[in-house]
Structure formats: structure tokens, C-alpha cells
Design a protein around this ligand. Structure first.
Ligand SMILES: *Cc1c(COP(=O)(O)O)cnc(C)c1O
Length: 375
């Protein structure tokens, strides 16, 4: 029996990452620019297709910050954000002095609910403030209801930002997540489907927006021999070292998606005759990278029992994202919807989903879950 901790989602490095990192050292491109940064951006553009332009940045959070700036979000503005997500989806709204307006999820994809979204948009407009953007999230890799959400954003003419931090490799109607919105955010943090140790990217629809993003991410230096600034800049560019890791990881992305999807299958088999439901695609138009596999139990108590049994064996599992409208820091932000995300949060649990779990580790996890199947 292994004594080592079994993680929820740990980095899984391939064969070529170190080659690109070495190359950066040998050629002295140890800076937040260089061939790996450019190469990684090209890899991502080739992967996403659909005429997208990618700016590699230091984190997904930084990407979201710049996405909002590109849309002109500023002090006193309002931005709609899915409530059921990680805090980083909403924090950049607050960095800009704007107010997040939180919207509940639906039970099908666990993502932003079209009905609640329309209610929120209409009510904010009635109150005299049209939201400057909508941030929708492909949570755990599951695409949100793209057609419904896009149609709403288009009809009210509000730009959509896709938080695709967890969804690289997911598709909706065979089109990659990260290509539907005005812009999209990717993350390459250590726990994501691929990693650069830390990093992110902004996916844009025009080369102008990409160039503006890179300009802002590199301290907004105007074109002059001295340091000349006519706007506020940021230090958000991705390092050429980290981008080297990213180039290697892009070569194994398909494999990592296959392996994460196999983990979802693994849990589906375990719980196939159980009242515990494994979260998976509602229909064939959705294709999730299953970054994390989550289960939905019948109650908070069952969820806690499973979590604590796993913890005893040094196996990491984690409750779902706590809805942001329930977070103390966002207690005063407006919220639209019922209690769908709250209910899912109370009963749901993320299980170890890494692409590098061994057969032995999987059998250990299974042996702890089996007693819960018929309960
Ligand atoms: C990880 C994550 C982010 C932030 O990405 P970082 O690279 O960690 O800054 C944003 N949104 C969601 C949904 C995430 O899971």
C-alpha cells in the first residue's frame, strides 16, 4: 500500500518540457519574452483555431483583469459573473473598482443559468446600469449552455468573457471552449489540465486586442527611446522559462484530456447503480475535459462522510467551489437566482482526477468509495 498522499490534481510533466526550458537557458532567453512565449502562443492558436489570437500571461487572473480593461470596465461599472466558481473569476472586477453581479447556475451543466442571467440583465438595466460584460465559466471543464448564453449576450449587446481556465480541451458542438466569447481566459496553474507552473492566457478575436493586451502586460511603454507612458501598465507577461514548460505540455494535452476523461469513466463505473451521481455530460453536444470529476450525493452528511473517509487514507478530495454570493467578501454584491449552486455545493465533492494516478492508487480510492455505493 502506498503511503504517499493521493492528490486531487497534480502536475503531470511530459518528455519535452525540460528540452524547451534548457533551450531558454542556453540561448539566454531568461526573460518575460522570447521564442518559447511566441511558440506557446502559436501552439495555443493552432489548438483553438477559429482565427483566435493568444497573449501568454503570468496567470489566468491577470488575463481576466486585462480582458475587463480591454472592454473598458472601470470604477462604478457592473459586471455579471457566474456565482458558482473560484474567487479568481470575480476578483479582477473588484480590482477595477467595479461591482460583481452574481448569477446562479442550472442543474444541467452547473454553470450560469440563462433564465437567471436574463433576469439579472433586465433588472440591472431597469435600475439604470447596463452590465459592461458577462463572465461565464466552464466549471470543471463542463461547457456552459453556450448557445443560450451567447444569444442573450448578443441580444442585449453585452460582451461575453469565457472563463475557460478549467476547460482547455473541452468542446461544445465540436468547437473548442475558449472560442465563443468576445474573449476568453485560460489558466496554466499547477493544478490545471496542463501547467506552466503558473501562467495564463487571454484569447482574443483580433490581433489589435492581442497587441493591446501585450502592451498593457509589459508596463504600457509607448514607442519612444526613453520610458514614455500614456496609460497605466501591468507586469503580467509570461516568463520564457514557464512558456517552455507550456510548449512541452501542449504536446501531451490530448493525452491528458483522454486520461482525465478515463477517470470520469472510472468513477461512473463505481457509482453506476448508486444514488450518488457522477457529474458528466448531459448530451453529446457537450464534451468536457473532465478536469475534475465531481459526484453529487444525497446530502451534506454523505458528502462529508465520503470526504472524511478519504482523508483518513491520505486521499485528497474537495467540496465544490463555494458560490461567491455566499462568500463573506462578496456578501454585499447583488445576486440573482434561486439556490441551485448552494444545493450543489452542499452535496457535491470533487474526487482525485489527475492524469497521473496509478492503477494502485485508483484501486485504493475505489475500495473506500465502494461502501458508499449502496448506502
Ligand atoms: C484557476 C482559475 C482561475 C485563475 O487562474 P490562475 O492562473 O490561477 O490565476 C480563474 N477561474 C477559474 C474558474 C479557475 O479555476
Amino acid at each position: 500500500m502506498t503511503k504517499n498522499k493521493i492528490w486531487l490534481s497534480s502536475p503531470h510533466i511530459g518528455e519535452d518540457e525540460l528540452k524547451y526550458v534548457h533551450e531558454a537557458f542556453y540561448t539566454n532567453w531568461v526573460a518575460p519574452l522570447g521564442p518559447n512565449v511566441t511558440g506557446f502562443e502559436e501552439d495555443l492558436e493552432n489548438f483553438l483555431q477559429n482565427n483566435k489570437h493568444v497573449a501568454a500571461l503570468s496567470s489566468g487572473t491577470a488575463a481576466l483583469h486585462l480582458a475587463l480593461i480591454n472592454l473598458g470596465v472601470g470604477y462604478g461599472d457592473e459586471v455579471i459573473c457566474q456565482s458558482f466558481t473560484f474567487a479568481a473569476s470575480a476578483n479582477p472586477i473588484v480590482y477595477l473598482g467595479a461591482t460583481p453581479i452574481f448569477v446562479d447556475s442550472e442543474y444541467t451543466t452547473w454553470n450560469i443559468c440563462p433564465k437567471a442571467l436574463e433576469e439579472a440583465i433586465q433588472d440591472r438595466i431597469t435600475q439604470g446600469k447596463k452590465p459592461k460584460a458577462v463572465i461565464a465559466v466552464h466549471l470543471y471543464g463542463m461547457p456552459f449552455m453556450v448557445d443560450e448564453i451567447l444569444q442573450l449576450c448578443n441580444s442585449y449587446q453585452i460582451p461575453l468573457i469565457e472563463d475557460s481556465a478549467e476547460a482547455l480541451g473541452s468542446t461544445y458542438k465540436n468547437k473548442p471552449c475558449g472560442t465563443f466569447g468576445h474573449s476568453a481566459v485560460l489558466s496554466f496553474n499547477g493544478n490545471k489540465i496542463i501547467t506552466t507552473s503558473g501562467g495564463g492566457a487571454l484569447v482574443t478575436s483580433s490581433v489589435e486586442e492581442k497587441n493591446k493586451t501585450v502592451f498593457l502586460a509589459t508596463q504600457a511603454r509607448d514607442n519612444a527611446p526613453h520610458y514614455q507612458h500614456s496609460s497605466i501598465g501591468y507586469n503580467y507577461r509570461l516568463s520564457n522559462i514557464c512558456a517552455g514548460i507550456g510548449r512541452g505540455q501542449m504536446k501531451v494535452l490530448h493525452d491528458r484530456v483522454d486520461k482525465r476523461r478515463a477517470m470520469n469513466q472510472f468513477y461512473s463505473q463505481i457509482f453506476k447503480n448508486s444514488s450518488i451521481k457522477v457529474f458528466t455530460e448531459p448530451s453529446s453536444i457537450y464534451y468536457s475535459n473532465h478536469w475534475l470529476t465531481a459526484i453529487l450525493t444525497d446530502s451534506f452528511e454523505t458528502r462529508e462522510n465520503i470526504r472524511l473517509e478519504l482523508e483518513k487514507e491520505n486521499i485528497e478530495s474537495r467540496p465544490l467551489w463555494k458560490p461567491l454570493h455566499l462568500q463573506p467578501v462578496f456578501a454585499h454584491a447583488p445576486y440573482y437566482g434561486q439556490n441551485v449552486s448552494e444545493d450543489i455545493f452542499n452535496r457535491g465533492l470533487c474526487l482525485p482526477s489527475g492524469s497521473n494516478l496509478t492503477e494502485e492508487e485508483k484501486q485504493k480510492i475505489k475500495s473506500i468509495l465502494i461502501p458508499f455505493v449502496s448506502k
